[in-house]
Design a protein around this ligand. Structure first.
Ligand SMILES: *[C@@H]1O[C@H](CO)[C@@H](O)[C@H](O)[C@H]1NC(C)=O
Ligand SMILES: *[C@@H]1O[C@H](CO)[C@@H](O)[C@H](O)[C@H]1NC(C)=O
Ligand SMILES: *[C@@H]1O[C@H](CO)[C@@H](O)[C@H](O)[C@H]1NC(C)=O
Ligand SMILES: *[C@@H]1O[C@H](CO)[C@@H](O)[C@H](O)[C@H]1NC(C)=O
Length: 538
């Protein structure tokens, strides 16, 4: 008895010692000799640069009080102007021409982000992080392409955009979908009615169609639960939490004034959008306070957007602020989402890390969502695999030490213009920005006009310092123009050659098949089912 007890005690002590050893080993790595930080990445959908109160002080809005208190990166760009390519580049640190994802996946996509690509959560997971994701994935939902197989220990969210499936009570959208037409077998204009919008946990559908109006609360409680549980000291692991919000993508489903029935309430002004912004900010606030309550000073929160506002949704779209793309809008085209005008990819971006990043500071270094990948790895003390080439840069010194160095050249891939998707047709260097192509292949403006596609062999070059609205290009042939165009052309040639010879570049399979759509119960209209036994208010 006594012997067995001693053995038990010894084994216990040994295990304990081993555990402590592993923990201190992990804890010893990282940026400056302290324990490795937690990361919370919050990615808003279709948010405008001007949606942040701090970016439109003259309008005295108070929609984003929590975001206003974080440090701002004012010249930060989404890696693409549409959803899937932007998310793929964030998670791989590579342009779409390398990672293979150059346009959006569909409900019936059979594949997704090529499995030959290595994702940030995969690397952090391998390095001992607990990794969780909440929200919109949009990088392929079938089998090996789902988030649970791409590096996340836990997942809760929608496999693609919140307008790619019907719900019983529709949110605000243009054109507006009528509630009694939604999620029925009959098709209806403006109303996606074939398949219910699924909510997925890990790799299983837990609700179809999901309830749009309670989604924010579900995300909020999952996020705060994960933060509390994944607390460094109890789980013994730092964590990565990637929250890809449904906000501000239509359909919007903000809290309604008391008593207002959802369907009867369609104000034709900005109130719905503002209410959604405030709801989103509240979600960020809840995440921030959960993090402050648990591992304050050891958690980096990084908030950014996947692309600019979806202008053609008019009053349900965000604001580009001063980045109006006037050269294009004066010709009738859109200048936000799906375009490489500033409104398409300059996204509101803030960071929060008490004790490490000074609050209320701003930094105007030229940065990209692709930089999240190398920066987080660097802060975790990890090096990215050397068998591939990357386009993101390590922004640690910009974030933590206020350095103003960013990309010398940043390319904005084509997400909706003529030619090939993913082509690097717009280039930024310093205060200059050059366009080799303008216009879009479809209507992207609020009025529905399409900007005619134009190729510019002699690129249009704007000086963003003098002309943030991109209205009047530099005069061709001036010494200023000549100097910029030569630099840009040389770098563009080099990069295109580098990509053409990149043996680690992947190609994505964009084929679709109706049977690839997530379907909980094929016997029911819109695949309806509720395996968790939850009611959705019907
Ligand atoms: C690590 O960071 C802490 C907190 O910011 C600071 O006080 C300390 O000097 C840093 N240590 C090193 C070795 O840089
Ligand atoms: C998802 O995984 C977590 C553990 O990581 C588990 O607790 C949960 O029950 C799983 N959910 C489903 C629907 O399988
Ligand atoms: C966090 O850091 C700040 C500033 O360095 C310090 O005043 C505060 O006590 C720290 N809080 C915790 C919980 O460690
Ligand atoms: C940041 O600025 C806001 C508004 O100007 C102010 O209320 C707040 O106290 C400031 N926070 C810090 C940490 O300086």
């Amino acid at each position: 008895m006594a012997e067995a007890f001693t053995l038990f005690l010894l084994t216990g002590m040994l295990l304990c010692g081993l555990l402590l050893h592993t923990m201190s080993q992990h804890g010893a790595r990282g940026d400056n000799g302290s324990k490795r930080p937690n990361f919370i990445i919050i990615l808003a959908d279709d948010i405008g640069w001007g949606d942040l109160d701090a970016n439109r002080p003259e309008e005295k809005t108070n929609n984003t009080p929590y975001l206003n208190l974080m440090a701002e990166l004012t010249d930060f760009h989404s890696p693409a102007s549409t959803c899937s390519p932007s998310r793929a580049a964030i998670l791989t640190g590579r342009y779409g021409l390398r990672n293979g994802v150059t346009h959006n996946f569909a409900v019936g996509s059979v594949a997704g982000l090529p499995v030959s690509e290595v994702t940030l959560p995969q690397l952090l997971q391998k390095a001992g992080y607990y990794t969780a994701m909440i929200g919109k994935w949009h990088l392929g939902h079938n089998g090996p392409y789902g988030p649970a197989n791409r590096g996340f220990d836990y997942y809760l969210g929608i496999p693609y955009s919140n307008d790619m499936g019907c719900t019983d009570i529709p949110g605000y959208n243009l054109p507006q979908c009528l509630p009694y037409k939604c999620c029925s077998r009959s098709a209806h204009e403006g109303c996606y009615s074939k398949v219910g919008l699924p909510l997925i946990e890990n790799s299983s559908i837990v609700e179809q169609p999901l309830n749009l109006w309670t989604l924010t609360e579900q995300y909020k409680s999952a996020a705060t639960r994960i933060i509390h549980k994944a607390r460094y000291n109890t789980r013994g692991k730092p964590y990565l939490l990637y929250i890809a919000l449904a906000h501000m993508h239509v359909p919007l489903a903000p809290p309604l004034p008391p008593g207002a029935p959802a369907a009867a309430h369609h104000p034709n002004d900005g109130r719905v959008y503002s209410a959604s912004l405030r709801e989103m900010d509240g979600l960020v606030g809840a995440v921030k306070s959960a993090s402050d309550d648990t591992d304050k000073n050891n958690t980096l929160i990084w908030f950014t957007g996947d692309n600019g506002p979806w202008e053609k949704k008019c009053q349900y779209a965000g604001s580009v602020g001063p980045f109006m793309g006037k050269w294009q809008t004066s010709r009738g085209g859109g200048s936000a989402k799906r375009t490489t005008w500033e409104g398409g990819h300059r996204v509101p971006t803030v960071a929060y890390w008490p004790g490490r990043i000074p609050a209320n500071s701003t930094n105007s270094a030229l940065l990209s969502g692709m930089d999240i990948f190398p920066t987080l790895l660097s802060l975790a003390g990890e090096t990215p695999p050397s068998d591939r080439r990357y386009d993101g840069i390590d922004a640690t010194n910009t974030l933590l030490r206020g350095e103003q160095t960013g990309h010398e050249f940043l390319f904005h891939p084509n997400s909706g213009a003529a030619g090939e998707f993913g082509d690097l047709q717009t280039v930024r260097t310093g205060k200059y920005k050059a366009f080799y192509i303008t216009g879009t292949s479809a209507a992207e403006s609020c009025g529905g006009a399409t900007g005619r596609q134009e190729l510019h062999d002699t690129p249009l070059i704007f000086d963003l310092e003098r002309d943030e609205a991109e209205e009047t290009p530099l005069e061709v042939g001036t010494p200023e123009y000549q100097a910029v165009v030569e630099r840009i052309a040389r770098r563009r040639e080099e990069l295109l050659w580098d990509i053409a010879t990149d043996t680690s570049a992947s190609a994505a399979d964009y084929s679709t098949d109706e049977s690839a759509a997530p379907c909980c119960d094929p016997g029911q209209a819109v695949c309806r089912c509720h395996p968790r036994g939850q009611r959705d208010g019907n």
